[in-house]
Design a binder for this molecule. Structure first.
Ligand code: FES
Ligand code: FES
Length: 161
């Protein structure tokens, strides 16, 4: 089976109903995506399919063929996505286990809604459980990243004009 993962073409020999999570972790060694509940309830396994957040524990790998799969390893080539920088600035993670899933959900949110309000953030992030309770810092970091991305866009437009 041929997959596009983080902009690379990868071949895997697996049964079509294998959950995407296990293909990523066990066959492609992309262990940044975590296993939590295995039942689409916790969000630890969140990755993007064509830019949309999905729960990779509950997506058969066959459904990802022909689509762009992005994992936390591919969120930014330099590891400096505005959300990653904001996560550092706000010191978001505690144990860290849920955080790659949180970042992937947050990135999908900002792609769809570059200026989310508190309610938008609550709705978009409600499927990502954090046993350490970092929700307040996650919300702050998303606001920080959104403001930085909006500022960068205004600066770009200024340069272009
Ligand atoms: S491991 Fe996929 S949602 Fe929990
Ligand atoms: S930081 Fe520990 S589960 Fe979220």
């Amino acid at each position: 089976m041929r997959l596009n993962v983080n902009n690379e073409e990868r071949n895997v020999a697996v049964a079509p109903d294998t959950p995407l999570l296990w293909v990523l972790r066990d066959h492609l060694d992309l262990t940044g995506t975590k296993f939590g509940c295995g039942a689409a309830l916790c969000g630890a396994c969140t990755v993007h399919l064509d830019g949309e957040a999905v729960r990779s524990c509950s997506v058969p790998v066959s459904a990802a063929v022909g689509r762009r799969i992005t994992t936390i390893e591919g969120l930014s080539a330099t590891g400096e996505h505005p959300l990653q920088l904001a996560w550092l600035q706000e010191d978001v993670p505690q144990c860290g286990y849920c955080q790659s899933g949180q970042l992937m959900s947050a990135a999908a949110l900002l792609r769809q809604n570059p200026a989310p309000g508190d309610d938008d953030i609550t709705n978009a992030m409600s499927g990502n459980i954090c046993r350490c309770g970092t929700y307040g810092r996650i919300r702050r970091a998303i606001h920080v990243a959104a403001a930085k991305m909006a500022g960068a866009k205004i600066a770009d437009q200024g340069e272009a004009s």
